[in-house]
Design a protein around this ligand. Structure first.
Ligand code: PMP
Ligand code: GLN
Length: 387
């Protein structure tokens, strides 16, 4: 019998996917000794109390599988928080699920509801996992652009994209990468458009606690007609400065949660036990997330005041920890080449917005992350002052 001694050939399921721009830019920044304002993550420590809470959860013996749906105390804490902030009651038992970060929450929601041939609307620019997630589920991606430069949703275009095959729409506010937030009027408009349909909503709200200038995060949970059809996704990584812990949650009506959990249990089954106990204990106080807007608004303003002294033209950051800038007064390079040049020659890494579009649309805008120590931001600004 002849034995096959080579690796079987494989037809890729994701032909358009390479290494993510975040990894590429972080590697280049490290190689060139650049200040990394590219990939979105804090370079400062989380609250030591949170680390101590994990240690004590481990020492108390919380080291085996937790319930598939998440530790009850954490699901209760999430339900209590959503009710306090948005006046909507979710059942901790049947409507909240703890996930391995928002990334797993989003792919699990998509795998749970999207069938072969279903259409799913994404609003570009969008976070880079959405499109491959839809493709892995056998869905067809329908890309609707947000208005270039202002990034406002274009409801005529959204309505025009809806067909009888539309299964779901993904939205994200506060928005990565543009740092805009959806207004109440925009959420109401979306609610009206979806009202006569069976379309599901996946609302990526990972930056929910980073909203500035006294504005309110317009969670989909605040709108009855949206909440009834929505998977609300959030991430403790963003809120508590622990992106590496990869713990998040999904809130959704019981019938949607039941389907979500069918996939979740064979996707990860359960999520890190001691971290869940620690987060539950830490959430007893709302202070950390209540203080977050002021904490990040100060960093936004510090970074912005330096950017305003350069020829980079800042866009308005309403939420998230990103600052976008227009590069057209400085360079003729496209966004991706400009980011490589900036990293290599100026010593500051940024992310091209074109990476968030399927067709690489280039509007001469790049994204900086200001979730950094003041000293990191000041060093970056010192280098950017050359521009
Ligand atoms: N959605 C958006 C818009 C994000 O910016 C991120 C952060 N990378 C995620 C989802 C994923 O979050 P997590 O790290 O919790 O998986
Ligand atoms: N959310 C972060 C960003 O947009 C990091 C994402 C990642 O590294 N996958 O930069």
């Amino acid at each position: 019998m002849q034995v096959l001694e080579r690796t079987p050939t494989l037809q890729t399921k994701l032909p358009a996917v390479g290494t993510t721009i975040f990894t590429v830019m972080s590697q280049l920044a490290a190689e060139k000794g650049a200040v990394n304002l590219g990939q979105g993550f804090p370079d400062f420590a989380c609250d030591p109390a949170l680390v101590n809470a994990v240690t004590s959860a481990m020492q108390s013996g919380h080291n085996q599988y937790p319930p598939m749906t998440g530790v009850p105390a954490l699901r209760n804490a999430v339900a209590t928080k959503i009710e306090a902030l948005h006046a909507r009651k979710y059942s901790a038992d049947t409507e909240i699920t703890i996930t391995a970060g928002a990334t797993q929450a989003i792919i699990t929601a998509i795998l749970a509801v999207v069938r072969t041939g279903d259409e799913v609307i994404v609003l570009e620019p969008c976070y880079d996992s959405y499109v491959p997630n839809i493709e892995l589920a056998g869905g067809t991606v329908v890309r609707v652009p947000l208005t270039p430069k202002t990034f406002r949703p274009d409801f005529e275009k959204i309505s025009a994209a809806i067909t009888p095959k539309t299964r779901a729409i993904l939205i994200n506010s506060p928005h990565n990468p543009s740092a805009t937030i959806w207004s109440e009027a925009e959420m109401l408009q979306l609610q009206d458009i979806l009202a006569p349909t069976e379309i599901l909503l996946i609302s990526d709200e990972v930056y929910e606690h980073m909203v500035f200038d006294g504005q309110q995060h317009q969670s989909a949970t605040r709108f009855a007609g949206l909440a009834a059809r929505a998977f609300i996704v959030s991430s403790f990584g963003k809120t508590y400065h622990v992106t590496g812990w990869k713990v998040g949650y999904v809130a959704a009506p019981a019938s949607l949660t039941a389907e979500f959990r069918k996939v979740h249990q064979f996707n990860v089954f359960t999520v890190n036990t001691p971290v869940q106990h620690a987060l539950a204990a830490y959430m007893a106080s709302p202070a950390p997330y209540q203080e977050l807007p002021a904490f990040y608004q100060r960093k936004r303003d510090l970074f912005l005041s330096g950017i305003q002294k350069t020829r980079l033209k800042p866009l308005h950051t309403q939420g998230s920890y990103f600052q976008c800038v227009d590069i057209s007064a400085i360079s003729d390079l496209n966004e991706a080449d400009f980011c490589k040049w900036l990293t290599t020659e100026i010593g500051v890494a940024a992310i091209p917005l074109s990476a968030f579009y399927g067709n690489g649309f280039d509007q001469r805008v790049v994204r900086f992350c200001f979730a950094k120590k003041d000293e990191t931001l000041l060093l970056a600004l010192e280098r950017l002052a050359k521009l």
